[in-house]
Ligand binder design. Structure first.
Ligand code: ZN
Length: 307
């Protein structure tokens, strides 16, 4: 979630099917067959499936729409509830992940900055207790916008502790965990925390819906971060400019949807991802199917699904 841009426009619940959506799908199917690589899946690398009114069906909906997803949670309680509902699947991807006929949903453990309490220690303890179940973390980060500046100190303290715990665990595991980060009016502070804690070297860091300055974008690129880009980011002129500049090997798709309580619709969800992919391809003056194949391969690598 990101508060700096309006949540208007298309959503996963009311989006329209993209004009060229079917042709992209068939072109990607062709690549799939040609290369023997399952690339027809589109990957939503930052969404909130737990917010959907029909979240219990999210995995089946993703599979039917050929969407792989990193579903972020906003509190350890949300993640735990998902696990109790049988949706976490040991923190990895669902079976059949990313295959042409299947779809993965990976649930990430999060503590969103909007949800950090003044008394944040019990939240961090709950987060740490759940860590052994997961290999992806999000949504975590910092939000220094006017509405959330009051909790800046608590956010900073909690974020620092979470990063330390994540890095300590990452140092003992063979595959670096993925982090999906919220950085609103705080990109410098987020990068500094990542540097200080060793997260940049030990984790695969994804900045979601990047809204910082050009200098901050350059610093994040320099630090090797990935960027997930979706319709919300592409709705602003600056977001579109960044969408054209992000290195190809670091580019991912996202929706940051659905809104709380909305009904998840697979076709509308897929249409949002296809629309973002097409828009990015136009901005970058490249072919949407080729761009989609590269972005899918990067996503699969980050989710530990192989290439
Ligand atoms: Zn989010």
């Amino acid at each position: 979630m990101n508060p700096t841009a309006p949540r208007g426009g298309k959503s996963a619940t009311n989006g329209t099917r993209s004009r060229r959506g079917h042709s992209i799908l068939s072109e990607m199917h062709h690549l799939c067959e040609a290369e023997g690589t399952p690339v027809d899946a589109l990957y939503d690398m930052h969404c909130h499936l737990g917010f959907a009114a029909n979240s219990a069906q999210a995995g089946a909906i993703a599979a039917a729409a050929h969407i792989g997803a990193l579903s972020c949670t906003v509190t350890p309680e949300e993640f735990a509830a998902r696990g109790a509902a049988g949706g976490v699947g040991g923190g990895g991807a669902d079976g059949g992940a990313g295959r042409c006929s299947g779809s993965p949903v990976t649930w990430a453990l999060g503590l969103h900055p909007w949800y950090v309490a003044e008394n944040w220690r019990p939240q961090v303890e709950a987060f740490e207790a759940l860590m052994p179940q997961v290999r992806a973390f999000g949504e975590v980060g910092l939000d220094f916008s006017a509405r959330h500046q009051g909790s800046a100190d608590a956010q900073m303290a909690a974020f620092h502790h979470l990063l330390q715990a994540i890095v300590a665990r990452a140092r003992q595991s063979a595959t670096p965990p993925m982090l999906s980060l919220h950085a609103v009016r705080s990109a410098d502070a987020v990068l500094e925390a990542l540097r200080k804690t060793g997260a940049l070297e030990n984790c695969q860091v994804v900045l979601h819906w990047f809204s910082g300055s050009g200098e901050e974008l350059a610093a994040a690129r320099q630090a090797g971060c990935y960027f997930s880009v979706g319709p919300h980011m592409l709705a602003s002129r600056r977001g579109r400019a960044y969408g054209a500049q992000i290195p190809l090997s670091k580019l991912l798709l996202e929706t940051d949807e659905p809104p709380q309580g909305a009904v998840l619709d697979g076709a509308a969800w897929r249409s949002q991802l296809e629309g973002a992919l097409e828009q990015l391809a136009t901005l970058r003056r490249t072919d949407a199917a080729e761009l989609g194949a590269t972005v899918a391969a990067t996503s699969r690598q980050l989710l530990g699904l192989g290439r």
